[in-house]
Write a protein that binds this ligand. Structure first.
Ligand SMILES: NC(=O)c1ccc[n+]([C@@H]2O[C@H](COP(=O)([O-])OP(=O)(O)OC[C@H]3O[C@@H](n4cnc5c(N)ncnc54)[C@H](OP(=O)(O)O)[C@@H]3O)[C@@H](O)[C@H]2O)c1
Length: 430
């Protein structure tokens, strides 16, 4: 039999330990598909004494992960440490410079330094695999880069963060507020102690930047992604969304427009009947639209030891087989220079919910602002009456420009009769 592929694994947390388990439990099937065994021979982590739930006997141990890059007996490095800087970046840079293929689960690293790392991989003529970095066990990198390679992709939309999707699902099902559901998710281990990367949309933006680069064949541009999270979503807006026939999801969306590439992460109202609206709990989903294929949707577990190990193993099997694809789907010289479109130029329809004093003339003041900004209304809803008290008023606009909507929101928020900052949620077609 051919010599085993010798793997140096840095990081033995959820992801690293999961990969060790998969390679041990599924050794026979992995060997058959890779054409040779894939064996972890060296590992790096901080704490030698911690129980990882998998035996580490016989594996060389490095305290310094970067040292794995110099280990001559290692064919490929797997980076499962995390973070866009520090040891993860140092290790991946060193491994590529040493001419070793790298597999990484690290979306932050790929989103922020993906262009430079792809250039190093290209110079060295080695693979940089990152299937595990986006949507966990869903093979979306392979789907976009290889399965749909014959298409012009026009749009990618995804539920890319399981923590946010879980919180929004529980808020909707139980009619509860964001803060209590977040606290409960932290207790259950579905949200981190510091949840900001997830709930402020940054994790989803890392993944969207990667998907947009693949979909549109251009260098990864994390800084060009417009990012909003879910902190301001209220149970009231979720209930109104239901009344209007929508569900609220945190989506990552990238679209090719005439002006360039639009990439944004923010809460959206999506029609209840849309398949993506029905993806609940910690599940992820990605919808891609191509000029020849039409629309496809992939759904599955976006995190966890098993799904992430599944994705890492796929990359390792490709490397064992000698299959190579440029990091962003095309050689760096063949990538597109399509510009990024600023959020202010976005055109769409909007849901607005205002808390106003119930008295004559208030609605006229609000609609005057909208008229001045050139925004026309599709519908308006006011439930109940309580003269002199606060009541919610819901407005849905026709298509309008984000810049006009921002200007209108600032003026509406300043009206005397408007009691709190207006809630604005963009409506996204199915
Ligand atoms: N968890 C998931 O479901 C998931 C899904 C997809 C992608 N990812 C990505 O996968 C990566 C790893 O995530 P994870 O959840 O497995 O994280 P984790 O459980 O926190 O594990 C991180 C590992 O890195 C090691 N490490 C940290 N700093 C180190 C250093 N300076 N030197 C050596 N080792 C160091 C830690 O060692 P000790 O154990 O000794 O402290 C630990 O084993 C991240 O990029 C993450 O975004 C995670």
């Amino acid at each position: 039999m051919t010599r085993p592929l010798s793997v140096g694994l840095a990081g033995l947390g959820t992801v690293g330990a999961g990969l060790l388990k998969l390679l041990r439990d599924n050794a026979a099937v992995v060997t058959a598909r890779a054409g040779r065994p894939i064996a972890v021979t060296a590992v790096a982590a901080r704490d030698r004494t911690r129980d990882r739930g998998v035996p580490l006997t016989g594996l060389r141990w490095y305290d310094d992960p970067v040292a794995l890059a110099a280990d001559k007996a290692i064919d490929v490095v797997v980076e499962a440490i995390g973070g866009s800087e520090g040891p993860a970046r140092a290790l991946v840079t060193a491994a590529l410079a040493a001419g070793k293929p790298v597999v990484s689960a690290n979306k932050a690293l790929l989103a922020v330094h993906g262009a430079e790392l792809a250039a190093s991989a290209e110079r060295a003529g080695v693979v940089l695999g990152f299937e595990a970095a986006v949507a966990g066990g869903i093979p979306v990198i392979k789907a976009l880069r290889e399965g749909l390679a014959g298409n012009h992709i026009t749009r990618v939309a995804g539920i890319l963060n399981g923590t946010c999707n879980y919180i929004l699902t529980v808020m909707r099902e139980r009619g509860r507020e964001f803060a209590e559901v977040l606290a409960e998710a932290q207790k259950l281990g579905y949200a981190e102690a510091d949840p900001s990367f997830d709930i402020d949309g940054i994790d989803a933006a890392h993944k969207l930047a990667i998907l947009a680069a693949l979909a549109f064949g251009r260098p990864v541009a994390f800084d060009a992604v417009h990012v909003e999270g879910i902190r301001r979503i209220s149970a009231l807006d979720i209930a109104f969304a239901g009344d209007l026939g929508y569900r609220i999801k945190l989506l990552g969306l990238a679209r090719r427009t005439e002006a360039g590439i639009e990439a944004r992460v923010h809460p959206c109202m999506v029609p209840q009947a849309a398949p993506i609206a029905r993806v609940d709990g910690v599940f992820n989903a990605v919808v891609a639209e191509g000029d020849f294929v039409g629309r496809i949707m992939l759904e599955g577990r976006g995190a966890g030891a098993g799904p992430t190990a599944s994705a890492l193993a796929a990359d390792l099997i490709d490397i064992a087989r000698g299959r190579t694809t440029p990091v962003w789907g095309a050689a760096s010289g063949a990538l597109s220079d399509a510009p990024s479109v600023p959020m202010a130029a976005h055109v769409g329809t909007y849901y607005l919910r205002l808390m106003v004093v119930d008295r004559p003339g208030v609605i006229a003041d609000v609609t005057a602002v909208l008229r001045d900004e050139g925004i026309s209304l599709e519908s308006m809803l006011q439930r109940g009456r309580s003269p002199g008290e606060a009541v919610p008023v819901v407005l849905v606009t026709h298509e309008t420009r984000e810049a006009a909507m921002s200007a209108a929101l600032a003026r509406i928020a300043a009206l005397d009769a408007v009691l709190e900052d207006p809630a604005m949620i963009r409506i996204e077609p199915a």
